[in-house]
Design a protein around this ligand. Structure first.
Ligand code: XMP
Length: 517
């Protein structure tokens, strides 16, 4: 296994995902983690990530000195290389020229890390790599014992290596896909130099998890809040495999789900897989609680609280349950950990509905805690969940509650569900669903005029929203073909009598958010 120490780069999680894709287990810890954790971890190699700080100055984040005394290979990336250089006796300076974006480095292929790895060869016979750079400082003098591994005109030390100690530093980012040979470089490091075996496979993950869950819960009963989303669905399938009938799921239908979603969840889990699922039809309760409320944040809170209340009520009836399972995944864990000093901390707001019913004396079971989303999806497919479900677009916890602008009414939700279903059905039919990251319909409670036959009609408006994004922090509106939009619009207006107008949202994020509320 590999330990990644995080200095706050936006790419740190990518490093971890690349390593996992290769088939090796790794974890991310903040750079100022206690030495005991490092000693206990038993890493076969350590990676020091990039970061936004400068190593020049007194309170700069540094790698724990023991990292260099473990006797295992260490790879510093960007900031990680700079702090390695400083800590081992080299020198880092502010570069006159900042480098950001594509660059070509001359790879001095005589080091064991980069040997035979190159994108092309110059007429003089130098191996070159196309890489992604993002830095202001640069290493000016290498520590004793290091030799030059890569360079660019702007950055004479773009890579350095001490092959006796197996310490390596690279200024560019091998974890981003812009660095074409990045995956090979990472693989060379973790497999050839650190000697890790590729044992982190979906089958092994399932086998290990099943064994661990059985050990943990013994013959106890486990409760899971099933939402129909990917994470809780995969937890359900995994727990069912591990402990069968000891699992009971509670599925709260708040009346703000997509078209026929409640029935689909029941068909999938209860009927097909034989999992015990208690469905609570709480539509009336939620509609009542939401009556008269138009403020988006208050709506979210009401839905969140109501959800916990209903879930609590149901859970309270299950007196023999000892464990509460949750679909926490690894990015949640990394993001809520952060570093002690607050430096290098990833800030991201979570807007998940719900939480733990506080007075329930249940132990927490989080079988996906170590997994990234792509790993969770692969697990889901291997456990027999349909890939349509596993690769479905994300759906917010408050559901249609934030896709009906202003006050939520059942009438609106019913209209919206039908319109949204048509949009999604057409996206799938046109093979566009997987090309968008998230697509949905928004209900606008305004009436606009339309002509039906000879009569004028005033009815509602919906907006179609479709975006392309990698991280959901920024997003571009999807450039769907006009013919496609026309077809969707015609179908919605013809098939849903209460809608007279369809619009398409062409705002990108920022400043517009993906959802309308
Ligand atoms: P925004 O609208 O903030 O959305 O650009 C980014 C991503 O977050 C989802 N989202 C939510 N998810 N509860 C959730 O569980 C919420 O209240 C919520 N609001 C937005 C949104 O669907 C998108 O994927």
């Amino acid at each position: 296994r590999i330990l990644i120490l995080d200095f706050g780069s936006q790419y740190t999680q990518l490093i971890a995902r690349r390593i996992r894709e290769i088939g090796v287990y790794c974890e991310v810890e903040p750079w100022d983690i206690e030495e005991k954790v490092i000693a206990d971890f038993g890493a076969k190699g350590v990676i020091l990530s990039g970061g936004p700080e400068t190593v020049i100055g007194d309170d700069a984040p540094v790698a724990p000195q023991m990292v260099f005394e473990l006797g295992v290979p260490v790879l510093g990336i960007c900031y990680g290389m700079q702090t390695m250089a400083e800590q081992l006796g080299g020198k880092v300076i502010h570069a006159k020229e900042h480098e950001y974006g594509y660059a070509q480095v001359r790879a001095r292929g005589h080091t064991d890390l980069l040997k035979d790895i190159e994108d092309h060869v110059t007429p003089e016979g130098h191996g070159m790599l196309d890489v992604w750079m993002s830095h202001g400082d640069r290493v000016d003098a290498m520590p004793d014992g290091f030799k030059l591994m890569a360079s660019t005109p702007n950055c004479p030390v773009a890579g350095m290596a001490n092959e006796d100690k197996r310490f390596y530093g690279i200024q560019f980012h091998p974890e981003v896909t812009h660095t074409k040979q990045g995956q090979r470089i990472i693989e060379r490091f973790i497999v050839d130099l650190c000697g890790c075996e590729k044992l982190w496979t979906t089958e092994n993950i399932i086998d290990d998890s099943v064994e661990r869950i059985r050990e943990q819960v013994g013959s106890d009963e486990v409760l899971l809040g099933l939402s129909g989303g990917v994470d809780s669905s995969v937890v359900a399938a995994l727990l069912h495999k591990a402990i069968g009938d000891q699992l009971t799921c509670v599925f709260v239908d708040h009346g703000l789900l997509r078209h026929q979603e409640g029935d689909q969840v029941m068909a999938m889990f209860a009927e097909n897989m034989g999992i015990k699922v208690i469905r609570v039809d709480a539509e009336d309760y939620f509609m009542d609680a939401l009556k008269g409320e138009a403020d988006p944040e208050k709506k979210r809170k009401i839905i969140g609280h109501s959800f916990i209340e209903i879930f609590d009520q149901e859970a309270g009836k299950l007196t023999s349950v000892k464990w509460l399972a949750q679909g926490t995944i690894y990015p949640d864990v990394i993001e809520s950990a952060g570093s002690k000093t607050g430096k290098a901390k990833v800030i991201k707001s979570h807007h998940n509905v719900g939480g733990l019913p506080e007075d329930m004396k249940l132990e927490l079971l989080e079988p996906l805690r170590e997994l990234f989303k792509d790993e969770v999806r692969k697990l889901g497919v291997a456990l027999g969940l349909p890939s349509d479900m596993v690769y479905r677009h994300p759906f917010p916890g408050p559901g249609l509650g934030v896709r009906i602008l202003g006050e939520v009414k059942k009438e609106y939700a019913d209209i919206l569900r039908l319109a949204d279903h048509i949009f999604i059905e057409e996206l799938r039919a046109a093979d566009l669903y997987d090309k968008t990251s998230q697509a949905f319909t928004v209900f606008l409670p305004v009436k606009s005029v339309g002509v039906v036959g000879d009569a004028r009609r005033y009815d509602y408006v919906v907006a179609l929203r479709a975006v392309e994004t990698i991280d959901f922090m920024t997003a571009r509106w999807a450039h769907l073909p006009y013919e496609f939009l026309e077809k969707v619009s015609n179908r919605i207006i013809n098939e849903i009598p209460r809608i007279t107008r369809v619009t398409y949202d062409i705002s990108s994020k920022p400043p517009a958010t993906i959802e309308w509320e």
